[in-house]
Design a protein around this ligand. Sequence first.
Ligand code: NAG
Ligand code: NAG
Ligand code: NAG
Ligand code: NAG
Ligand code: NAG
Ligand code: NAG
Length: 233
Amino acid sequence: MVNITAPLRIGYVLFPAFTAIDVFGPLNVLNLVSITHNMTLSLLSTDLEPVSVDRTVINGAPTGMLASSASPNFTQFVLPTHTFASAPALDVIFVPGGAGSRNTNATQPHVDWLARRMDGDPDLRYVMTVCTGTALLARTGKIAGRNATTNKAAFNWVKSVEHAQDVNWIAKARWVVDGNLWTSSGVSAGTDMTLGWIEHLYGRNESESIRVMMEWNALNQTDDPFAEYYGLV
Ligand SMILES: *[C@@H]1O[C@H](CO)[C@@H](O)[C@H](O)[C@H]1NC(C)=O
Ligand SMILES: *[C@@H]1O[C@H](CO)[C@@H](O)[C@H](O)[C@H]1NC(C)=O
Ligand SMILES: *[C@@H]1O[C@H](CO)[C@@H](O)[C@H](O)[C@H]1NC(C)=O
Ligand SMILES: *[C@@H]1O[C@H](CO)[C@@H](O)[C@H](O)[C@H]1NC(C)=O
Ligand SMILES: *[C@@H]1O[C@H](CO)[C@@H](O)[C@H](O)[C@H]1NC(C)=O
Ligand SMILES: *[C@@H]1O[C@H](CO)[C@@H](O)[C@H](O)[C@H]1NC(C)=O
């Protein structure tokens, strides 16, 4: 277990068309943990405008996947609490993945802010990525030589982003831990990783009590059927 001084300050990096469960699966775990542990949550974006979930809507205009969608009004939005400029000190940063992570121009402010925080911020204890969120982290150039994983359906794309060639990509893993860097496989894997991280922070009793409360059928760190499914091993 880890000695954490309260409150544990958690921040999420949001961009248009992040994947819903990448954010809300881990948050479901953390919402339950926060009942008994003192924690703060910040939702960060370039500005305070609502951020679209799973589909890209910028300034009210559907773009990307949504523009050609059969259901242009099938949308949800999340309200950020802070901009990158007003982001508070954080102990933990979560980066989700999703279709929007492929828009390297739109996510450049996110990558730049991550790079600054990863460059010797004394408060920062953990960086956690879910799915193609690892692509944003790789683009910072700050995880050279580190072990990491990402979404198995998008593995080869993530390996092609700027600076990704310097990362030691682990194909078969539900999630990978390298020091303070926790990276998970696609979509649902972020919730398994978060439960594993809660075990690391507070012990297995804590993670198990949350898991059974959620009725979550977890996969463990080495159990990754999707690496084979996508032909990576
Ligand atoms: C949580 O932490 C804050 C900051 O240290 C403190 O002011 C507050 O009293 C704590 N809340 C509880 C319920 O312990
Ligand atoms: C989507 O919503 C807009 C605004 O309410 C409406 O004008 C439009 O008809 C809706 N489109 C569909 C396909 O329902
Ligand atoms: C991204 O930005 C570059 C440099 O400003 C520009 O050349 C390119 O067209 C942009 N791409 C998209 C998809 O907007
Ligand atoms: C990184 O992965 C390699 C296998 O590719 C392993 O030997 C090494 O122990 C891992 N390092 C860490 C810090 O987990
Ligand atoms: C975990 O829970 C079990 C059963 O509820 C209990 O016997 C054990 O003492 C607990 N361990 C810790 C570290 O709290
Ligand atoms: C993880 O799951 C795999 C496959 O079910 C199993 O072989 C392995 O023993 C499990 N490892 C742990 C640490 O529970």
